[in-house]
Design a protein around this ligand. Sequence first.
Ligand code: GUN
Length: 293
Amino acid sequence: MQIIDGKAVSAQIKLEIAAEVAAIIATGGKRPHLAAILVGHDGGSETYVANKVRTCEEVGFKSSLIRYESDVTEDELLAKVVALNNDPDVDGFIVQLPLPKHISEQKVIETIDYRKDVDGFHPVNVGRMSIGLPCFVSATPAGILELLKRYEIPTAGKHCVVLGRSNIVGKPVAALMMQKAYPGDCTVTVCHSRTKNIGDYCREADIIIAALGSPEFLKGDMVKDGVVVIDVGTTRVPSTETKSGFKLKGDVAFDEVAPRCSYITPVPGGVGPMTIISLMRNTLLAGKKAIYN
Ligand code: GUN
């Protein structure tokens, strides 16, 4: 059994990106610039955005954090999105989700210029991804594929079971794992909250990607020996063991499942660090106009 070290892989890729930024600057190019819009004070969102901004500094990007209180109007937010679309200094930007209920997330996403949509949430990017065209691939699915690649885990002809059907993880990772490519070429089954007998599907899986947001959902008796398990869960549960007062729990009962695996990602330190790095990679591509002009 091998633990997939997302922290180490992401640290390596961070160095690769930083080196590329340094080369761009050395040859007189423009420093890539990522902007992030954060609405309200959700604890998880605050942490994610702070990490994104810090990572920008570490790789040499310029970053801008734009904050609104949770009573910002939809019109005000949309006007800011349009302003960022039109700002030539901003190469890419994200609007951290979730947004307050009175704002349509879909409307906000569709207002973002897909050429600056480094989250890969715009329907143009989602559509292009699903038919295998160059695009911004959303960060978590891209991070998962990068881990499979860097660990040289075989995927062709394997049965990949995806747990969860969210727009951010389940749907795109299922589309990517079925594509004619490496990583990919899998037979993919997507299970979700209405699936009957999920364990029966999981026990047939060579690769399980768990993205349900249900702590320790996947148990030891739900997997076969030699399975590859990718745990995308990051539920914050209260804890007296940590200074912050919470700890992250994955969708996998790690102690039971790990002994049966050929590879498994831990939580924290697996997929999480890769997600931010994938956003940095997309921002670099945006800065270089490598996907869209
Ligand atoms: N909320 C949870 N994950 C993400 C993400 O990848 N991007 C944005 N913008 N919001 C999120």
